[in-house]
Design a protein around this ligand. Structure first.
Ligand SMILES: Nc1ncnc2c1ncn2[C@@H]1O[C@H](COP(=O)(O)OP(=O)(O)OP(=O)(O)O)[C@@H](O)[C@H]1O
Ligand SMILES: [Mg+2]
Length: 759
């Protein structure tokens, strides 16, 4: 086997082997920053650092999983397993669950998602008799979130002149009061929102120096990917943890800083040198991802930004296909043309679906592409937007799960106390909510600890409330001893949700029931996975995974060979052979809201740079001349960003049947398409080469371990084919280590793994 250090170029290797002291790796897209981070961790482990001592923070859970696979392939599964690796939110949620009591929380606290937060803000508005027209919940939540990410607590908010006058100017002088109540309600409900996970970690480390010290000592090495997009809250946590040993390595690219609207501070990366005067810096210049054309084109546009660190980026790959500029008559046509182009590239270059990504500025743009891909029968997956876990029926069932874990979770209680209907009306709930707000007790505590007279509720209603309490208690008692899949199924049935969905025979009703079945499948899958790897398979562990999903995390592991549809923001760090950047129009990209400020446009330009640098071989910039916006058909024009790319790298297609060459943007010569133009919607459906189906053979599963031997080729239901590296332990606890072709090395419990012996 090739030594892992040989898979790096010289500057990359330097950045990997110099493991101690503050380290900054700053480099352009595709130059191997993430690879350096990954190999550096592997190198630390090879040098004898224990995995528990390494803290690695990534932008998504998926990125963490991929790193883990790679590291496991180098140092072995067992060694890689106990790394503290994940997103800021998931790592610090884990620490908060351990330390929660210090902050007055139980370790079973709920993590609120955006919908929960908005619903809580709505009840606070009601409580304060404010209108949600004036105080739009989304907007208020944005202000609260930004305060939290800047580490501004409610009392500090009231003293913060800039914030208060901004609220005043926006005619929202009471935001600080809503914020204070919001915090109080979350505390009562034993819940934290996403921003609280970071804010509370800061509070924990500030108020409990002994706790901080413990983690400072535990994490001897700290590594952060995508450092340019950290906010103040994240920055402070890292700074505190690294204070003693200063073994901190951050990698990033200031040209890819795209989250300022969420409080990210580009200064964090720029100030690294001041924070850690003894730092070492490594610059990586060779891009291994993209063709020369793509790298040069991306360089030519990002050079238009004034504020940036000078960097060289070059590629030694082939010069490659020019970047296509695709003009469509309408947004609908744009959808079909992109789908056609995908079909053509699949046919001519034998790409598979997963080699394609369609990237857009806003989630709303996805619908048109979905439709076009669906009509062609192309497999696709969408990230973000209204995801599976935001559907009503799924949220309802999850609310039961959440109450099972934490019955004080008020947003969940309000959601399902009368669903399915139990005769608990809104008058009762309003009453209980008001008392809860006054007394500081959660509704759950009120029902449990007070008489109907004290609450002003009649005996009949109280009985119904108690019925609900009994139901949830019954689930709660089973939590610790049941597997997630079994308990979830029981909850779906005993709560009455299943029956309610089955009773609805409409198409929508059917599809809701199917979604719930799909959730059950996901939980079954989770349970099997956990059992196989010998980890707890409880429902609360499943909930934690769901609560921490980011927009970029695929929800279903079997989502492999599909065209990816996502916003450019979520595409950060990823790569695809073919990339379509769509809706590249003035007012959409750059977005209308940013056009008036130079800073705003510079951030959009960085976003464009991120989009273009996702492509390995082929990139398309597409725009439509008309588009529906807010229900009205509007004319649109090509984005300035198309003009800003050095035209020598472009190929402008003139095959829209509806547009004349005279309307071509920026006078770039029009190349003729390779095939005669036919309006896409009139084309016959392409005959796609189907891959031959693998013949299905029946195998006997062996579980005793006796029939397996190291070196055997085996097949696993989900991980695919692999070779057995090692077998240890005796029946029934036999463990096998298998290196899979596409899923990395895994250690599995033989009795659950159901490995087919192929050879
Ligand atoms: N020395 C190398 N040899 C071969 N391939 C490499 C090398 N370094 C990086 N790569 C490959 O180049 C691609 C880009 O690397 P990576 O994702 O680590 O870059 P990055 O700097 O993190 O990019 P981004 O800025 O987009 O996050 C990956 O496919 C990676 O495997
Ligand atoms: Mg990266």
């Amino acid at each position: 086997m090739q030594h892992y250090l040989d898979e790096l170029n010289t500057p990359q290797r330097d950045a990997v082997v110099n493991t101690d002291g503050p380290t900054l790796v700053i480099a352009g897209a595709g130059s191997g920053k993430t690879r350096v981070l990954t190999y550096r961790i592997a190198h630390l482990l090879e040098k004898g650092v224990r995995p528990q001592q390494v803290l690695a923070l990534t932008f998504t859970n998926k990125a963490a999983r991929e790193m883990q696979h790679r590291i496991a392939a180098i140092v072995g599964e067992a060694n890689a397993r106990n790394l503290w690796m994940g997103t800021f939110h998931s790592i610090f949620a884990r620490i908060l669950r351990i330390e929660s009591e210090k902050l007055g929380y139980p370790s079973s606290f709920t993590i609120y998602d955006t919908a929960d937060s908005k619903s809580l803000i709505k009840s606070i508005l009601k409580e304060m008799k404010l209108s949600d027209k004036e105080y739009k919940p989304g907007d208020v939540l944005g202000r609260i979130s930004s305060a939290k990410n800047d580490l501004v607590t409610p009392p500090a908010y009231a003293r913060d002149v800039a914030r208060m006058s901004a609220d005043q100017a926006a005619k929202k002088p009471l935001v600080y009061e809503i914020y204070a109540r919001y915090m109080k309600h979350c505390y009562q409900a034993k819940s934290m929102d996403f921003d609280d996970l970071l804010l509370n970690t800061n509070i924990l480390f500030r108020d409990f120096p002994d706790v901080l010290q413990r983690y400072q000592q535990r994490f001897q090495y700290i590594l952060v990917d995508e450092y340019q997009d950290t906010n103040l809250s994240q920055y402070r946590i890292i700074k505190k943890l690294a204070e003693g040993h200063q073994n901190i390595c951050v990698v990033g690219d200031d040209a890819q800083s795209i989250y300022s609207f969420r409080g990210a501070k580009i200064e964090n990366i720029l100030n690294f040198r001041n924070d850690y005067p003894g730092y070492k810096i490594f610059k990586l210049e060779q891009n291994y991802r993209s063709t020369q054309t793509i790298v040069n084109a991306a360089n030519s546009i990002i050079a238009k930004n004034k504020g940036q660190i000078q960097k060289n980026v070059f590629s030694e790959k082939e010069s490659g296909h020019p970047i296509r500029v695709m003009e469509s008559y309408s947004d609908v046509e744009e959808g079909y043309r992109v789908a056609d182009d995908i079909a053509e590239r699949r046919r001519e270059h034998h790409y598979t679906y997963q080699d394609f990504a369609i990237l857009y500025r806003t989630n709303a743009q996805s619908r048109i592409f979905e439709e076009a891909l669906r009509k062609r029968g192309f497999a696709y997956k969408i990230y973000g937007g209204l995801s599976f876990y935001q559907r009503k029926e799924i949220k309802d069932l999850i609310a039961y799960f959440r109450m099972t874990v934490n019955p004080n979770d008020q947003e969940s209680l309000k959601r399902v106390i009368n669903y399915p209907a139990r005769g608990i009306g809104s008058t009762t709930m309003d009453k209980l909510e008001a008392i809860s707000a006054q007394t500081g007790y959660s509704i759950w505590q009120l029902i449990n600890g007070y008489t109907p007279e004290q609450l002003g509720i009649n005996a009949g209603t109280m009985k119904k409330l108690h019925g609900f309490v009994q139901l949830i208690r019954g689930f709660g008692m089973k939590l610790l001893d049941s597997q997630a899949a079994d308990l979830a199924r029981e909850i779906a049935t005993a709560s009455g949700i299943m029956a309610d969905l089955m009773a609805d025979k409409s198409v929508e009703g059917q599809s809701r029931a199917e979604n719930v079945e799909e959730l059950m499948n996901a939980i079954r899958e989770f349970t099997t996975n956990k059992l196989e790897s010998g980890e707890p398979a409880r429902l609360d562990v499943f909930l934690e995974d769901v609560a921490l999903l980011t927009d970029q995390d695929s929800e279903k592991p079997e989502d492999n060979d599909k065209v990816t549809l996502m916003t450019i923001h979520s595409a950060k760090g990823l790569e695809f052979k073919n990339v379509y950047i769509v809706g590249v129009e003035e007012g959409l990209f750059p977005s209308q809201m940013t056009i008036d400020s130079e800073q705003g446009v510079e951030e959009e330009r960085r976003l464009f740079y991120v989009a273009l640098t996702r492509a390995e071989e082929y990139a398309v910039m597409s725009y439509a001349k008309t588009r529906y916006k807010y229900g009205e058909l509007k004319n649109s024009t090509a984005s300035r960003f198309i003009r800003e790319v050095d035209s020598q790298y472009l190929e402008v297609l003139g095959n829209s049947p509806f547009t004349s060459p005279a309307s071509r943007p920026m006078g770039i010569p029009v190349r003729q398409p390779e095939r005669p133009a036919v309006p896409s919607r009139f084309k016959p459906k392409a005959s796609l080469t189907q891959r031959p189906a693998t013949p299905s053979i029946q195998f006997n599963y062996q579980t005793s371990g006796g029939d397996y031997q190291a070196g055997m080729l085996v097949e696993h239901e989900r991980f695919g084919r692999g070779v057995i590296d090692n077998i240890e332990g005796s029946f029934p606890n036999t463990k096998v280590t298998v290196t899979f072709e596409h899923s990395g090395t895994k250690q599995l419990l033989l009795k659950f793994a159901k490995l087919k012996i192929l050879r």
